[in-house]
Design a protein around this ligand. Structure first.
Ligand code: EPZ
Length: 421
């Protein structure tokens, strides 16, 4: 086990590059199951979740080759064992993204029950009801979900509520189903559009991705192509807040500003100067008195739930009071108890947090939980007086590539060390 030790109080200055988006890479890797030939995927972040997804594909029979140019070659056109084992699914829920491709391409799948996680029960009933409506026969026991289908048929399906991986799973399955499939109330996240763009480059006929209704006309086969994964908007937003919370001046490069427009707007409302460039966003908070702002999370293009914890940290030291309302997941306030240990003034009532700004946070020993809660503790450590020790940092490493290197390059003082019991 490792921990981060952060010495607070430095004003971050300089430029940082984003890495590829985990939540775009994961569905794209799963989609290789649909393809003939070798896919060459570039700009994948070096994260545990990406490694786990590659291990999962390899365990099913995919061949994986790492090339010196940074591209990973994946050939999943000869899957021998269409199943996602418990050992892999328990460490990464996004393993369920192989379900739609396996049923569509191989007519069967055996997927370990994904279970819940820190932020909620995370059911997959929409994924299953959509595949069932397509013609999959689904049974399950306490450990596994079993799917089989002689032939899937095109459907018109409305998601009961917006689901990112639900949209991705059914959209992937539909690419090989003869006829027209209509998916309604779809997720509009940039990562959904990225997946559709990749599959269309392989010969799929997907229209409307990024909008509420997606229409897929199935094709006989798809041919793998070369693709660079889009950059990570949540990582970008996290580093912009690192600049804002330390009254610093930080420019985040290799990001499409449109994908974090609502984050930039919220920072401006808080009193931070934000400059937008073609592939960069810059914050200048050197003379900002941060003003607390309410947060209400929603599916894209609303305020992203994956930025809620990070903005809560920013609000803990802003002037005034605000409300942070989490509407996407039922238990995404794990960071609150840890922020309180550092002097934050936060009270909770169901899915609402009430934050009263304090003049400063104080370093403490805190524990990471889910990925984004962990990032919010790093941000708190950057401003907490004295030192903050963050334990269980494997959560952070699932979603942030080289977080301490990137922040130290901006002037932070963070060290990573093993925890010796
Ligand atoms: C994706 O999770 C992301 N993960 C999450 O990022 C992100 O927080 C989430 O979308 C929301 O934006 C990946 O893309 C790999 P949902 P996903 O299905 O698809 C309920 C991170 O930090 N629901 O959009 O699992 C569900 O319980 C991670 O990188 C059902 O009820 O989320 C939740 O309340 C965390 N039944 C809501 O919908 C279903 O079948 C939205 O979940 C599916 C979802």
């Amino acid at each position: 086990m490792e921990r981060l030790i952060i010495k607070g109080g430095n004003h971050l200055q300089g430029e940082v590059d984003c890495s590829g988006a985990k939540n775009a890479g994961l569905p794209i890797l799963a989609s290789t199951i649909l393809l003939e030939g070798s896919a060459f995927i570039g700009n994948l972040p070096h994260l545990q979740d990406i490694t786990t997804k590659l291990e999962l594909l390899n365990s099913m029979g995919s061949s994986i080759n790492f090339h010196e140019d940074g591209f990973i070659e994946i050939n999943s056109s000869n899957i021998l064992l269409p199943e996602a084992r418990y050992e892999l699914v328990k460490t990464m829920r996004a393993s369920i993204l192989v379900m739609g491709p396996l049923v569509a391409k191989y007519g069967k799948a055996k997927i370990s029950q994904p279970g819940g996680c820190d932020i909620g029960s995370r059911p997959i009933d929409f994924h299953l009801s959509g595949l069932e409506q397509m013609g999959a026969e689904i049974t399950s026991d306490s450990k596994y979900i079993y799917l089989k289908a002689k032939e899937l048929k095109p459907i018109s399906f409305t998601f009961p509520r917006v689901s990112v991986t639900g949209t991705e799973n059914l959209m992937m399955a539909a690419t090989l189903i003869k006829g027209e499939t209509r998916l309604k109330n779809c997720a509009k996240e940039p990562e959904v559009l990225e997946l559709a763009n990749y599959l269309n480059s392989c010969g799929a006929q997907i229209q409307g991705a990024g909008e509420s209704e997606i229409i897929v006309n199935g094709v006989e086969s798809l041919n793998a192509t070369r693709w660079n994964v889009l950059f990570d908007r949540i990582e970008a937003g996290t580093y912009l807040i690192a600049g804002a919370i330390t009254n610093g001046h930080v420019k985040v490069n290799k990001i499409n500003p449109e994908t974090i427009d609502i984050v930039s707007k919220k920072l401006i409302e808080m009193g931070v100067k934000v400059n937008i460039f073609k592939n960069s966003v810059e914050v200048d908070a050197t003379s900002s008195d941060l003003k607390a702002q309410d947060i209400f999370t929603e599916p894209f293009p609303g305020f992203p739930t994956d930025m809620q914890a990070q903005f809560m940290t920013l609000n803990t030291i802003a002037q005034g009071d605000c409300t942070v309302e989490e509407t996407v997941f039922e238990n995404r306030f794990q960071h609150v108890s840890e922020l309180r240990k550092m002097g934050a003034n936060i009270s909770l009532n169901e899915n609402k947090a009430f934050v009263s700004g304090v003049s400063n946070l104080v370093g403490a020993t805190v524990s990471a939980s889910d990925l984004r809660a962990s990032a919010s503790l790093v941000l708190a450590g950057l401003v907490g007086k004295n030192k903050t020790h963050i334990n269980d940092i494997y959560h952070i490493d699932r979603g942030y590539e080289c977080i301490e290197e990137k922040l130290n390059k901006l002037g932070a003082e963070i060290i990573r060390e093993p925890v010796v019991d």
